[in-house]
Design a protein around this ligand. Sequence first.
Ligand code: 6CM
Length: 247
Amino acid sequence: AERTRDQVELPPPALDNRLTVHSLWPEINRISSEQIQAAFEEVGGGIGWQLFAEEGDMRMYRREMEVDGMVMDPLKAMHKVRGVSAREMCHYFFNPRYRYEWETTLETMTIVEEISSDALVFHQTFKRIWPASQRDALFWSHVRASDDNTYAVTNHSTSNTDYPPNTGACIRLFVTVCLACRSSWPAGAAPTRDNITTSIAYCSTVNPGGWAPAGVLRAVYKREYPKFLKRFTGYVVDQCRGKPLAI
Ligand code: 6CM
């Protein structure tokens, strides 16, 4: 059967060899493995996690943490989405072609390096939040299949001499993000759009990199993270409607 452009670009089921010979590979592999494992751990009885947003199947928790007066609250969200696969979720999160369509805090996005089909390095600037300075970020992004029916994207800050931090108007922030997705469907049945459910675990820790008022930052996170997860998952459901399910 002829494959569509989208199917060709879906996250590969096995690691791309070009990634495993790259100088960033040891770091990408270690951090991705750690993040994916932590993403699926429940926060339930965990100390300090507070539920701050709940809507339908979505739950968002944060742990208040400050280092030298800067807010670094780790965030963890859980969600369940019907009708799309883990692989499809991660395809739309990883592939830069769709990013402006679901990411509302983004101002610019540049692909700094194409490491392989499953790893890219990005430079992004974010919309300015008054009264703080504008922020930018430089990070690698890696998508991989892990366990059965599980795909995850990990993003983690890196450096590049062509993109030095804190030289222009922007303050460089540092980010570690993981979107881990696991699909399930009734035992004995074949997966279809009508019976598939994907559980999502999204974890994010942002170091603002320089002064930003704690109250403003926490208010922005409280508003923007639920907005992001609802918008992104809704976007993927819309994009997949009428297309063959990709497992
Ligand atoms: O994970 C998300 N997006 C990914 C693709 O772009 C990527 C992004 C990471 C950067 C997260 C930075 C969030 C900060 C945005 C607010 C603007 C900064 C101002 C700080 C100074 C006052 O992993 C979705 C991220 C959704 C964020 C709400």
